[in-house]
Design a protein around this ligand. Structure first.
Ligand SMILES: [Zn+2]
Length: 297
């Protein structure tokens, strides 16, 4: 089972997060049939989606990450719901389809932007956009946190693949000093972060718990409640029915007249929902009944 562990360091003056999202990334790989190179890049963005949606609470909190870097993989979108339930899509999951694993930078590109939208169900969603630093994910998100959220962050993502392209390990470590963190503690943390240059090797060796113990255990660390990430799509037949109703009966029946059916395809899980003429008539009948009932109440 995937896990995200967090610990307060130095009496809350800094926080470290370590993530194992191996199963989440492996699910994404199977759904989107990604090449080794695409998996390598997508895994890192997914890890950031896991990180950023971990603290979300309630059904209304939604995260969307959009990266349009101009690389071979095309645009990448990662969405997250509370408790690190994430899903993703990318334009070209089969890019660099050979055995060699190309860098995240080559897949993502670096001529473009990273956009983060956080919707807490309020009037206006929070929206932050930065230019990509180099398309490596780590530097791009570190820059985003510093500029858009005023939270200087050290980020290292790691991916290790098996021969057949399946995911052996994927994860990340994120270190964030709080605004009241004294410079000498920041310096100490900067030194520790230097250990994460080979993060691909580290995620294959350590679990989040052993990683925090090994590298941060002597910094008065206080573990917080863990989160359990997973690949979960939010699409459902009910949601598609709501889209149908918003289209209106006339337009819906016109499409059926033309195509014999209406199909909705989900880019995040590749499931297709098909509605026949009978389905559509039943859905509008039920919607009318519901409206009449609420009128009479
Ligand atoms: Zn879906």
């Amino acid at each position: 089972m995937d896990i995200l562990c967090r610990s307060m360091l130095f009496e809350g003056k800094a926080i470290v997060t370590a993530i194992d999202c191996t199963e989440t990334v492996e699910t994404a790989r199977r759904i989107h049939n990604t090449s080794k190179s695409a998996t390598n890049a997508l895994a890192r963005v997914l890890a950031m989606g896991v990180f950023m949606s971990a603290g979300f609470k309630g059904l209304k909190h939604k995260l969307t990450i959009i990266i349009d870097g101009g690389g071979k993989g095309g645009n990448i979108i990662v969405c997250g719901d509370s408790g690190s339930k994430v899903r993703c899509r990318m334009d070209n999951p089969d890019c660099f389809s050979g055995e060699d694993v190309h860098s995240a930078q080559e897949v993502i590109g670096f001529n473009g932007r990273l956009t983060v939208i956080k919707d807490f169900g309020l009037k206006e969603p929070y929206n932050g956009t930065v230019r990509l630093v180099n398309g490596s994910v780590d530097a791009d998100f570190a820059y985003y946190f510093t500029v858009s959220e005023q939270l200087p962050s050290a980020i290292a993502t790691g991916v290790s693949l098996n021969e057949d392209g399946s995911v052996k390990a994927a994860g990340a470590v994120i270190v964030q000093p709080m605004p009241n963190c004294p410079p000498e503690i920041v310096e100490t943390l900067v030194d520790v972060v230097k250990n994460f240059k080979d993060m691909d090797g580290i995620v294959a060796t350590y679990t989040p718990t052993t990683l925090i113990e090994e590298y941060f255990g002597h910094f008065d660390n206080k573990p917080l409640q863990p989160t359990y990430p997973a690949y979960v799509c939010s699409c459902s037949r009910e949601a598609m029915e709501r889209i149908l109703i918003s289209m209106g009966k006339k337009d819906a029946l016109e499409i059926i007249e033309e195509n014999g059916k209406i199909e909705f395809h989900c880019d995040f899980c590749h499931k297709t929902q098909t509605f026949t003429k009978e389905d559509v008539e039943k859905i509008f009948e039920e919607a009318d009944d519901k409206n009449n009932r609420s009128d009479n109440e």
